[in-house]
Structures are given as C-alpha cells and as structure tokens.
Design a protein around this ligand. Structure first.
Ligand SMILES: [Zn+2]
Length: 338
C-alpha cells in the first residue's frame, strides 16, 4: 500500500502516545498466540471457513515463503530481488495455463527510471461475445526494499503485498485450471506501486488507449492478517461509490465484504492500484483489504514477515473470492456499477 505511514503514525502518536502503542503491540501478539494455540478462527471472524476448498494454507505457504523470503531483498522495483519474484510469477502463470496478454508476460513501464515491469497473464473467456469484456484482478508485487538498520534491514513485505500477490496467483490458478469464465480475465501483478502507483498508472493508460473493454477492476492489498471482531471477511475501498459489496455478497452467498470507516477516513481508495483504473475508465475499480490499522503493527517496516501471516485466513480469502469472481465473469449483464 502506498505511503499511508505518515498520517497513520501521526494519528497513533497524538492519540495514544508511544507507551500505549507498545502495550497495543504486545496485547495483539498475545491474542494471536492464544488464537493459534486454540486453532480457533471463530473469535477472529464470525464467518465459517469456506467449504469450497480450492486453495489450502500449504498452497499459500509455498508462494508466500518464496515472495517474502530474504533472498528477494524486499522486492524493490528495478532490483535483482524483484526480478526473482517476476520470474517466479511468470513460471506459475505458464504452469497454470495463463497466456501472455502482450508479446510476453512482461509489461515494461515507461514512467520509472529503472527497468521495471508489470506481470500480465490472460485467461480468455469461453463465450464468443462476453469474452470481449474484461475483468482485471490485480495486486502489486513490489515492496520498499531495505531500510536503514544494523540487524534486520530487509523489509520483506509479507503482508504488503506478497499476500495480495499470492491471492491473485491462486485465483489465477483456479481459472487456469477450470477455464470457467465467459468474460476474459487479466491477472496483473503490478510493479512500482510503492513508488506512487506507477505500474498501474502506466497499464491503465496503455489499455485505455487501445480501447480495452474493462468491466471492473478488483485489487487485493494487505490480506495476510484477519480483521478482528467484524461480521465480514474483508473490506472494500470506495465502499459507498458502487454496488460491489452488495452484488459481491449476493454472489458469494454470504457477507464477505464490509465497510471499514477508517478506510474512508484515510482515503485508501486512492492509495492502491485500483485508483488509476478508476481514473482512466470510470468503472468500478476497488481494493479488497484486511488491514484495519489495529491488527498489524509492521506496516512498511522490517517486521512485515511471514511469521506474522495467517495462511489459513489467506486461503479463506481466496476460496471465498472464487465464487464471487466466477459469478462476475459469467453474469449475462454487467451488474456491478458505480
Ligand atoms: Zn506499501
């Protein structure tokens, strides 16, 4: 997620003070430990784990363990570390039956000083008419690289945004396997989000120029740690600007999407890769997220590591998103609207 730290920490600093912030840290950790020991998910979230198991916590763990490893050096755009991530994503796309949308999977961006690219895979729709319409499912795969320090200097970006990347890759694996989509789906892992949404700005502009027929753009960002005490699984940014939450919940047959007032307060609608698509296309372009400013204390820091991620929760996000997305790509008319 692009630079919310200043506002976020200013608010925490002025409202709680440093000491109280520390207390919050330890109590959050304690809660997580207790929950893990009891293997109880109910207390974290009232929604039951999906019966529809496609992705398991092992599937999630395999991808996360690679993307957020020290070997990738925090996936800074234009670095050797992010190159390894890109090669990995390309291999997975190929293995799972996605084809390149452009001449290769790589969409080199024109607005950044170092060589950097989005990774773009296609699953063409199976209906002769509806396949002309596209759904984009995206997440950024870059992070902020390394931070000054003496011991751990690598900002691994497990939550931000190996978690969203993994979610998109797993949803891509599902549709690559089943090919159950009438509309076409573009799966995009964006680069240089942390530099100011550069990858998505580049791609949105480029697709707009070629009259790309975009129905809706769904983005995943920071979905590695569950919300606490909510009656929904994830919130969506720009909640009140479209009927996505209502339609998505109807498609999913349960309330997976909710409204987080803090997301509106901090303007998160404009802080991730959905926003350039909203600007260029003016169609519903929104981000799903489970970071609520209280459930994770390592935003843009070296502590954003796999050990703190909840792979069970992530698999649940994937498994509960699939029926919703399947309904979006197969509905006879475009039901999601601004
Ligand atoms: Zn970020």
């Amino acid at each position: 997620m692009y630079r919310i730290i200043n506002v976020f920490f200013l608010v925490l600093f002025f409202s709680c003070g440093t000491t109280k912030l520390k207390e919050t840290n330890s109590s959050t950790i304690k809660t997580n430990t207790v929950l893990k020991e009891e293997e109880s998910v109910k207390e974290v979230n009232v929604l039951p784990i999906s019966n529809n198991i496609f992705s398991t916590s092992d599937d999630v763990s395999r991808i996360m363990s690679f993307l957020a490893s020290d070997d990738l050096q925090g996936r800074d755009s234009g670095s050797e570390g992010i190159e390894k991530a890109a090669v990995f994503i390309e291999k997975e796309f190929k293995k799972n039956g996605l084809t390149p949308y452009f001449s290769t999977y790589r969409d080199t961006i024109s607005n950044f000083k170092k060589p950097a690219f989005n990774v773009v895979g296609l699953i063409e729709g199976n209906d002769p008419e509806l396949k002309k319409e596209f759904l984009i499912i995206g997440a950024h795969y870059d992070h902020i690289g390394q931070l000054p320090g003496t011991t751990d200097v690598i900002a691994n970006g497990a939550n931000d945004n190996a978690s969203g990347t993994t979610t998109v890759m797993e949803i891509a694996r599902y549709f690559g396997k089943t090919k159950k989509n009438k509309r076409s789906i573009l799966f995009v892992l964006f680069t240089a989000e942390e530099k100011g949404l550069l990858g998505s700005k580049h791609l949105a502009k480029k697709l707009k120029q070629e009259n790309f027929n975009l129905y809706t753009m769904l983005n995943y960002e920071m979905v590695g740690v569950p919300l606490i005490g909510k009656d929904y699984l994830m919130y969506v940014t720009g909640y009140e600007s479209s009927n996505l939450a209502d339609i998505g919940n109807a498609y999913a047959n349960e309330k997976i999407i909710g409204f987080l007032p803090k997301a509106k307060e901090f303007g998160l609608f404009k802080r991730s890769d959905n926003y350039p698509f909203h600007q260029e296309f003016n169609v519903p372009s929104q981000t799903f997220c489970t970071f609520d400013f209280t459930n994770f204390n390592h935003y843009h820091n070296v502590g954003d590591e796999n050990e703190l991620m909840d792979f069970e929760h992530m698999a649940n996000i994937i498994n509960k998103s699939i029926p919703m997305i399947e309904a979006i790509v197969n509905s006879t008319t475009k039901e999601i609207k601004y």
